[in-house]
Design a protein around this ligand. Structure first.
Ligand SMILES: [Zn+2]
Length: 170
């Protein structure tokens, strides 16, 4: 992960120091500390017509597909953010379903809050600035992957009585 080198408040060069019992970088001038706390992210398992909608971001290998994800806006609830991200990224309006769980995604220093949503009928209009593609996979075929949002998909399938092994992430 990239780190800060200069204070975002006063632009002084940051120095390593112990803050809250751990070595972090902080500003010797104004006292700002780079805590590097995990960033909350929402994810949506988008279901419609017995399929799960998976999306592929730009820069991902051709075979990688994941859940619709995004950051919360200020003052937005996680559930609102999930529905907004689904609409922004796919053009589909959706109904909020169950909260699936919280999943650490250490590589990205994120904590993922995953929801199940049911999308309305309609054409998919992909946000091509963020996404390179999508696919709608039948429930009988969708396989969870061993990273980030893949565990949310596994747990949601399990809640439907579908036990499916997570496949290695590659
Ligand atoms: Zn400073």
């Amino acid at each position: 992960m990239p780190t800060y080198r200069f204070c975002p408040v006063c632009a002084t060069a940051l120095v390593p120091a112990i803050h809250g019992g751990k070595e972090r970088v902080g500003c010797p001038s104004c006292g700002w500390v780079f805590w590097d706390n995990p960033v909350p992210v929402v994810a949506a398992i988008v279901e419609r017509n017995g399929h799960v909608l998976l999306v592929r971001s730009h820069g991902w290998p051709e075979t990688w597909y994941g859940l619709v994800t995004g950051f919360l806006e200020k003052k937005e609830s996680p559930a609102e953010a999930a529905l907004r991200e689904v609409e922004e990224e796919t053009g589909l309006k959706a109904e909020m379903g169950a909260f699936i769980g919280m999943y650490p995604f250490e590589r990205m220093n994120q904590i993922i809050m995953a929801y199940h949503v049911t999308a309305h009928a309609g054409d998919i209009t992909l946000d091509t600035e963020e996404l390179a593609g999508y696919k709608e996979v039948p429930l009988e075929e969708v396989t969870p992957w061993a990273a980030g949002t893949g565990y949310a998909l596994r747990d949601w399938l399990r809640s439907r009585g579908i036990e499916r092994e997570v496949r290695p992430f590659s």
